[in-house]
Write a protein that binds this ligand. Structure first.
Ligand SMILES: NC(=O)c1ccc[n+]([C@@H]2O[C@H](COP(=O)([O-])OP(=O)(O)OC[C@H]3O[C@@H](n4cnc5c(N)ncnc54)[C@H](O)[C@@H]3O)[C@@H](O)[C@H]2O)c1
Length: 326
């Protein structure tokens, strides 16, 4: 049985679905502060907080949990700089409480949602796991700290963990049944969708004078179902006795902001309204993964393209303009 924290959120709900499609037994722990019960399509949900150690231990015992996938966290970079206490408590202290809770029930295999932001502005591309850890926000620091804390739990308690450093998660399930709640979205793809569907003012493209082929920033967009599959592989790796490791989970392909806009126009048949704004402080010109280590360690590689991301996101948002019913 696999405990999925934050499983009612965006990446968590896609991972729950993928795990169940692979005949895994799953129980979700989510506070529903930001997640949606309906995103779980009937998977078992315990509404509660990862900070409640007693609840976590009791849940692991009653459900015979053997592995954990830990998504539950706050993720807004800007907010983390304005209200750092919430991020230290939920993301860092919350993970300590969760780990203590699962260890008390004898669970020692753990997959963690980390982020390529632990490396800050990349000095060399593509980004490998050897790049220095140099977070540039409180949010990114919480991810770097948790990676290190998990390493220490390996030393002190024999916990084995895989930290998956996601690049830019995007897209929706291929059948359009679940997708991203764009209510709080700050990422490019949902903002492009919102602008295209007239649900927000025109998109702002921050900087068209970067040293890239079309002048806009380049990122590594990874389909949420590819990410979900990486979690399944990480759990299998731990089952087979794999040691604690941090891995880059990206496609290795860089895509510019204007390329995302053009793909959206081609696939949706609509015009994406946008304006050009000055560069934003702290935006790296380019970031994309070297996913070689994930290939070697997990036997995993992304199989979906940017067109798959945009096609599925368009299908989801255009048919669910108000998101989930709850
Ligand atoms: N979306 C991305 O591009 C991206 C990139 C890198 C890393 N991540 C990380 O991946 C994870 C999932 O991201 P997401 O985009 O699915 O976010 P999300 O906000 O959609 O999902 C997070 C879920 O965790 C729940 N939650 C938060 N704090 C909780 C707590 N204390 N107890 C119980 N539940 C709690 C929320 O209700 C929500 O359902 C996060 O840890 C995030 O930092 C996301």
């Amino acid at each position: 049985m696999i405990l999925v924290t934050g499983g009612a959120g965006y990446i968590g709900s896609h991972t729950v679905r993928t795990l169940q499609a692979g005949n895994e037994q799953v129980v979700v722990l989510d506070s529903l502060e930001f997640g949606h019960r309906s995103a779980l399509l009937g998977a078992e949900l315990i509404v509660g907080n990862i900070r409640d150690r007693a609840l976590v231990t009791e849940l692991c015992r009653s459900h015979k949990v053997t592995q954990v996938v830990h998504f539950a966290a706050y993720k807004a970079v800007g907010e983390s700089m304005e209200q750092p206490d919430r991020y230290w408590l939920n993301n860092v202290a919350g993970t300590v409480d969760l780990v203590e809770g699962v260890l008390a029930a004898g669970v020692k295999q753990f997959v963690f949602s980390s982020s390529c932001s632990v490396n800050g502005t990349p000095a060399e591309l593509p980004l490998t796991e050897k790049a220095p850890i140099a977070p540039e926000s409180v949010y990114a620091e919480t991810k770097a700290m948790v990676e290190r804390i998990l390493g220490w739990y390996g030393v002190t308690h024999g916990l084995r963990s895989v930290s998956l450093r996601y690049f830019n998660a995007a897209g929706a399930s291929t059948d359009g049944v679940i997708g991203e709640d764009w209510g709080r979205a700050q990422n490019l793809v949902p903002l492009v969708m919102k602008a295209t569907l007239g649900k927000r003012p025109p998109l702002e493209v921050f900087g068209t004078d970067y040293p890239t082929p079309d002048g806009t920033c380049i990122r590594d967009y990874i389909h949420v179902d590819d990410l979900a599959e990486a979690h399944c592989r990480a759990l299998a790796y731990l089952t087979e006795g794999g040691a604690t490791i941090a891995l880059n989970v990206g496609t290795g392909v860089g895509t510019s902001v204007l390329e995302i806009i053009k793909a959206t126009e081609r696939i949706s048949g609509r015009t994406v309204p946008y304006t050009v704004a000055p560069r934003r402080a702290g935006d790296p010109v380019a970031s994309y993964a070297d996913p070689t280590m994930s290939h070697k360690t997990l036997g995993w590689a992304a199989t979906r393209t940017v067109d798959d991301i945009i096609g599925s996101a368009w299908q989801w948002h255009s048919t669910h303009p108000d998101g989930f019913p709850d």
